[in-house]
Design a protein around this ligand. Structure first.
Ligand code: ZN
Length: 388
């Protein structure tokens, strides 16, 4: 048995324990949480939290760190990323994936919701250094190939059948009604979609104008299922409702009316919608953050993702929390910790093992140091260290 104590223990699902202690068995299972400093405890300056859950990460794009220009908007980002992602050798891609995974582990991440378009990450995931739920991502750009794309991606999914996985539509602007229907009819436990990530997506759905509309037009892709009028979530969400849980990722341009619409479509169904935020990627691509107060007021649970190293400088949930805290000081760190742990664990369906420090869980333990332990607020210098 090992005992870890700190200024505060944050079990997440119960009140913080000042000078508390966590007792952990040799295999990492939490045995007990004490509200006092145990005589045998190693004492840390800082707070102890459960391991972090990263609910949105494209691990397979790790080789594209510093390869795509920042703050040029979504159309430019996709335009640069697509040709570049295939211009590296498989060895380079796989080495970058292994390094990125090590970075996540070092940064106290214990579970990941990962997007895959290829099988590049599967070997690494099979080692089970972290818990992964893989979202095999589908898009057809309305090419009347929905069936063909579905069977191809179902085949990709079968290559990872020993680990948890789902099929997920990429984004409203890349998935036709035919493909949405096929995915929805699977009635999956969980799925996700990139939602209202860019201004160009808004322009495309509201007015059939803007950078994405222009970029696709140039490629001869008409996206003719998009009728000018309402924002993209009005198109996508009604075609996803057969899934039990849906994670909407980004929500950078999601407004009050959109949230009202989401509520009206899911009224009465508890914990169906999770809103994932990836603030550092939003700043990287669009230089804009979601309206967090609006999202929080909606009552939907928030989760945190790092997106990929193609659009981020690190794979660190703490770094994402720092960005939110800096821009929204009114949001308490304790609330952000819920986004970073239990909410994501709940969405991924792994809250029986992860997301909170409770007896019987193997949630991992992080030490958050160099923070204001009086006000319980984080700053630029705050660090994370994986204890177990
Ligand atoms: Zn993404």
């Amino acid at each position: 048995m090992k005992y870890f104590s700190a200024n505060f223990i944050f079990p997440i699902t119960s009140a913080p324990k000042k000078n508390g202690t966590v007792a952990v068995s040799d295999d990492g299972t939490v045995m007990e949480v004490f509200s006092f400093r145990h005589a045998d405890a190693v004492y840390y300056d800082g707070i102890i939290t459960p391991g972090f859950v990263n609910t949105h990460c494209h691990l397979e794009l790790s080789h594209l760190k510093d390869q795509v220009a920042a703050q040029k908007g979504m159309a430019s980002f996709i335009g640069e990323l697509v040709p570049k992602r295939n211009s590296f050798s498989e060895t380079e891609i796989k080495n970058a994936i292994a390094n990125a995974e090590s970075e996540m582990i070092k940064n106290g991440i214990v579970a990941v919701g990962g997007i895959s378009n290829t099988n590049h990450t599967f070997e690494q995931k099979a080692k089970q250094n972290l818990f992964y739920h893989t979202f095999i991502e589908l898009f057809d750009l309305g090419a009347e190939k929905a069936d063909e794309i579905f069977s191809r991606e179902k085949n990709l999914k079968s290559q990872i059948s020993n680990l948890k996985s789902s099929l997920s539509p990429h984004a409203p602007y890349t998935v036709s009604p035919a493909l949405f229907t096929i995915i929805d009819n699977l009635q999956q436990e969980i799925t996700c979609i990139h939602n209202q990530e860019s201004k160009a997506e808004d322009d495309l759905f509201k007015n059939r104008t803007g950078d994405l509309f222009d970029a696709f037009s140039k490629l001869g892709i008409a996206l003719n299922w998009i009728k000018a009028g309402k924002t993209s979530v009005h198109y996508s969400l009604p075609q996803m409702l057969q899934s039990k849980k849906i994670q909407l990722v980004h929500n950078t341009y999601t407004g009050a009316e959109d949230l009202q619409f989401i509520k009206s479509k899911t009224a009465g169904i508890k914990s169906k919608i999770y809103l994932c935020t990836c603030p550092n990627a939003n700043l990287y691509i669009e230089n804009k953050l979601p309206d967090y107060n609006l999202l929080r007021m909606s009552g939907f649970k928030m989760t945190i993702g790092t997106d990929s190293l193609a659009s981020n400088y690190s794979l660190s949930i703490l770094d994402e929390m720092k960005t939110i805290q800096k821009n929204y000081p009114e949001i308490e760190f304790a609330e952000l910790l819920q986004w970073a742990t239990i909410n994501g664990a709940e969405f991924l369906g792994i809250d029986n093992f992860f997301g909170s420090i409770e007896q019987g869980k193997k949630c991992g333990l992080n030490l958050i140091a160099n923070l204001d332990t009086e006000k319980l607020s984080i700053n630029e210098k705050t660090s994370v260290q994986k204890i177990i």
